[in-house]
Design a protein around this ligand. Structure first.
Ligand SMILES: [Zn+2]
Length: 329
């Protein structure tokens, strides 16, 4: 298998060179947007560091397999509890106790600290001690979406790799290589926005596309709905901030596509399966109106990101949506 990573070729090349020349870092920081493959790359590096075959990672030796199945005693994934949870100082202390021990069965102990940017300040400061005096035979791999939130003292002690969203065509090819039908591969690649992890998850889990369909139906319904109905909807959906984020992101792709249809044309749509529907919407939505809805969606996305009360953010958004006498089909 070797490095089975979609996109990020330069990062893989850099890590390989380090391994080949025996110059690996004690600590890495993989930074970049959610679901583009940071943890996947971290796990693959852990495999390469512990692989028992000449061209690591082979993906097949007992060590590689245990790491893949998260059963290797020397490779630990450390993350906050629940969605958006923080790594706490107790978890870093536990890491420090373990890090001084020799590897149990592999060549190196590897600790993957997922979303270190969400860790508590105490946890980050505590980790600094380990970064300053890294034990022999230990590799730390931190991942972060907002690397700027990490203390600069932490960042400066890591080899930092900034991963970028992956090109749509590469994701499409990777999905096709996994036997996905061409139409679906194209759609998921477009919708993914460069997030490989999202695309693979959506390929395996029908519920992802079902949720999308429902979200678009709700949007159409809301355009024909009055104030009271909109506020009720905001009240209901506002209980789940993550769901609100997904919805706002989805609706933004739709309104973006309405504008794209009038400008760049169908080839540039994200919702490639919705061209017919988008054309009928475009008949009702003027460019100025579509632009202002898109701006409102982007503002709401920023509010949700900043943890503004989700119900209030959704209320504000829904009251800005135009009212269409004849809601779109
Ligand atoms: Zn191996």
């Amino acid at each position: 298998m070797s490095w089975d990573i979609v996109g990020q070729d330069w990062a893989v090349a850099l890590l390989r060179r380090g391994l080949e020349t025996g110059r690996t870092a004690h600590a890495y920081l993989f930074a970049g947007p959610p679901q583009i493959g940071k943890t996947r790359l971290a796990r693959t590096l852990a495999q390469a560091l512990n692989c028992e075959q000449p061209d690591p990672p082979c993906g097949e030796c007992p060590s590689c397999q245990k790491i893949e199945r998260q059963l290797h005693p020397d490779v630990r994934l450390i993350e906050g509890e629940g969605a958006g949870g923080s790594i706490r100082i107790e978890q870093v202390r536990a890491l420090q106790h373990e890090a001084v021990l020799s590897p149990y069965e592999g060549q190196r102990r590897v600790f993957i600290l997922r979303r270190m940017d969400l860790a508590t300040v105490e946890a980050a400061n505590c980790l600094l001690k380990t970064l300053e005096e890294p034990p022999q035979l230990v590799t730390l791999i931190l991942t972060a979406v907002e690397a700027d939130l990490l203390p600069s003292t932490v960042v400066s002690r890591c080899q930092r790799l900034d991963l970028r969203p992956v090109a749509c065509q590469e994701i499409e090819a990777a999905l096709r290589a996994r036997d996905l039908p061409a139409d679906k591969a194209r759609l998921l690649a477009r919708l993914s926005g460069g997030r490989v992890g999202w695309a693979f998850q959506a390929a395996e889990d029908e519920a992802v596309l079902d949720r999308r369909r429902q979200g678009l139906e709700q949007l159409a319904g809301l355009l024909g709905a009055g104030r009271v109905e909109r506020l009720e909807y905001a009240h209901k959906v506002g209980r789940d901030t993550d769901a609100c984020r997904d919805l706002v992101e989805l609706w933004a792709t739709w309104w973006r596509d309405l504008l794209v249809l009038r400008g760049l044309g169908e080839d540039h749509l994200l919702n490639v399966d919705g061209a017919g529907q988008l054309r009928s919407w475009a008949g009702q939505a003027g460019v100025a109106s579509a632009r202002s809805v898109l701006a409102a969606l982007q503002a709401t996305a920023a509010q949700l990101q900043a943890n503004v009360n989700a119900r209030l953010a959704m209320e504000g958004l829904l009251l800005q949506l135009p009212h269409w006498q004849e809601p779109p089909a």
